[in-house]
Write a protein that binds this ligand. Structure first.
Ligand code: M6R
Length: 614
């Protein structure tokens, strides 16, 4: 949560920082600000409540000169979103300015001590406490900025990615991280730093990923120097990233979410490329094959994830158990990490995360590794913390997902879980060859079937306005489609603010049925596979109570569609791959309802794309 960006070089910093903030706005968008060192070597801080465009308006008549600066877009943790809590924060004497993503957990104790020493605070944030502490240490010990940051961080408990600049020192930014992402872009005579590489992708592809408890001193016309908090010097490792600018633009779509929904056929094909062979008789994931013994001897797989990634994990449970016969448990990472779980050496823990930075999932990974499990990551963002902290893994390769509501990352996670299940099944011999090939053949057709599914967009757009009246929705599915119901409900909740619940369809009778009346929309995922007849009975039960039925059916179905008020057809596929298609109309339904209600679908209220605090 929160996006941070910094620049030092020959160009004017402000336009680069503002563009960078716009790209990071998906990480938080309740207030934003910038700090620049001008030609007189003074620090100017401009910050305001609201989005980055509000900051631009606010700063338009100010002194925006300077070739060094730091900027921040906030998702509030400590202190309500207002002008004074927005970052950057000055230190007492205004000689330092800081931006911060994370939480300093022991800020209250440090603050109390600083107040005793005469420090005054202008905000309610933990971040201001940190910058005051750095200033205090710097003055008391007469040390340079890097040393003062280092000493201050030895006292700080919590998570942080910070950048600090100093009045009279226009040639240096000091940055540090622990459990919050930070990447340094290395250009020709210029440096960038940011929460991810998107703010500087058009300037450089060379990056240095800072590791936990490392401090970087970034000096104009010099190399980046890295030391740990415990004062060990580190050699920066330069890496090359693959990312193109048009991946960060809307490409003619009105919103990133709609673009990302429509990208799914292409992205899913990319997620399979090089992993399914040309004859469709082999699936090979190097992360699995290189660790064959671990997977062959695994007694149990535990999947940990949050939100949409957790829903993908639930589908993974069905896939892995059906094809590999290895028992699977799926856990919310936030629960797993605190309940002292039993983890054995022959357990495999799979962590799923689009961002690769979700604090709870990362903590679950660390716990599992400490307890001796082999930990495998399924992530999208290359070089993010989870892939760097797992034993092995598979990238989903769907490019940057910018819409806060996850769409293409979800279907790619499910695709990767299908590939993992098939790879293990083949190694174990738990699936006969004929069936194995049939499944691969079918999986390879999914991108084309997704393309066909997307043609339902127009129809869904027409139906959506009918549902804007609704205050509640119920989503129901069985088997593989139960997690699809959960995911459909989450999409609707997060972008349209309509309360929605997903249930296994058979659970309806155990309570939720009491909610059904003529006002209640009920979405059924009812493909012509699996428990079709049983789902049909559940539909009849809703119909009998006058619920308004919206169903996802297999092309040509004329039974469920007859009972439904509205139905959307998807192409026929194997039961285990239905989620890859059935999710799409639910993404579109949420999108169009939210648009009809005038909601900001790419940046829904209170949310952030990357949840780097617990
Ligand atoms: O980056 P991650 O996949 O670890 O993120 C997990 C959740 O925060 C995320 O899926 C969230 O639920 C999305 N807003 C869903 O659309």
């Amino acid at each position: 949560m929160c996006g941070i960006v910094g620049y030092i070089g020959n160009k004017q910093a402000y336009p680069i920082l503002i563009k960078g903030l716009h790209r990071l706005e998906y990480r938080g968008y309740d207030s934003s600000g910038v700090a620049l060192i001008n030609d007189k070597n003074e620090i100017n801080v401009y910050k305001t409540k609201g989005k980055v465009e509000d900051l631009e308006k606010y700063a338009s008549d100010k002194d925006l000169s300077g070739t060094i600066g730091i900027a921040h877009t906030r998702w509030a943790t400590h202190g309500e979103p207002n002008d004074s809590n927005a970052h950057p924060h000055y230190s007492q004497s205004k000689s330092l300015a800081i931006i911060h993503n994370g939480i300093i957990e022991n800020y209250a104790i440090i603050k109390k001590d600083l107040i005793k020493r005469g420090y005054e605070f202008k905000s309610d944030t933990d971040t201001e406490v940190l910058v005051q502490l750095i200033e205090h240490i710097k003055e008391k010990n007469n040390v340079d900025l890097t040393k003062a940051v280092q000493l201050a961080l030895t006292q700080a408990v919590g998570a942080y990615a910070i950048a600090v600049i100093e009045k009279g020192n226009p040639n240096q930014i000091v940055a540090a991280r622990k459990a919050s992402p930070l990447v340094i872009g290395v250009g020709d005579d210029e440096f960038f730093l940011a929460s991810d590489a998107t703010p500087f992708v058009e300037y450089t592809k060379k990056v240095i990923y800072l590791n936990d408890e490392e401090i970087a001193t970034i000096t104009r016309n010099d190399e980046v120097h890295i030391r740990t908090i415990s004062d060990v010097e580190k050699t920066p490792e330069l890496k090359e990233i693959e990312m193109s600018l048009n991946e960060l633009e809307k490409g003619g779509f009105p919103h990133f979410m709609l673009k990302e929904i429509h990208e799914q056929p292409k992205r899913i094909a990319e997620a399979m490329r090089g992993r399914i062979n040309i004859n469709h008789d082999n699936v090979a994931l190097s992360g699995i094959i290189d660790n064959k013994d671990k997977f062959l001897n695994a007694k149990r797989i535990i999947i940990v994830a949050c939100g949409t990634s957790w829903h993908a994990g639930l589908i993974g449970e069905y896939l892995l158990e059906e094809f590999t016969r290895i028992p699977v448990e799926v856990e919310y990472a936030s629960e797993f990490r605190y309940r002292n779980p039993i983890i054995n050496k022959d357990d495999i823990v799979i962590a799923i995360s689009q961002s690769g930075e979700t604090a709870d999932t990362l903590a679950a990974v660390e716990l599992a590794r400490k307890k001796g499990a082999f930990v495998y990551g399924i992530c999208n963002v290359i070089g993010s913390s989870i892939p760097r902290n797992t034993d092995s893994g598979t990238y989903t390769h769907v490019g940057p997902e910018i819409g806060v509501a996850s769409t293409k990352a979800f279907t790619a996670q499910v695709t990767v879980l299908a590939l993992i299940s098939l790879t293990i099944a083949n190694m174990k011999g738990s699936l006969d060859k004929k069936r194995y090939k049939e499944l691969i053949d079918e999986l390879a057709t999914i991108p084309a079937k997704m393309e066909e599914t997307l043609k339902t967009n127009e129809n869904i757009q027409k139906i959506a306005p009918i549902f804007t009246y609704a205050k509640n929705f119920i989503y129901l599915g069985r088997g593989y489609n139960y997690p699809v119901a959960l995911e459909g409900a989450l999409k609707l909740k997060e972008i349209s603010y309509i309360h929605a619940e997903g249930y296994p369809a058979a659970e309806m009778k155990h309570g939720p049925i009491a909610l059904i009346d003529a006002e209640m929309p009920v979405v059924f995922i009812a493909p012509h596979k699996g428990m079709y007849e049983k789902t049909l009975s559940n539909i009849e039960e809703v119909k009998a109570r006058k619920g308004r039925i919206f169903s996802i059916v297999t092309k040509g179905d004329n039974v469920v569609s007859k009972v439904s008020d509205y139905s959307i057809e998807i192409p026929e596929t194997e039961e285990c791959f239905v989620p890859l298609l059935a999710t799409i109309p639910l993404q579109l339904l949420a999108y169009h309802i939210a648009i009809m209600k005038g909601c900001n679908v790419d940046q829904p209220r209170n949310l952030a794309k990357s949840v780097t605090v617990e």
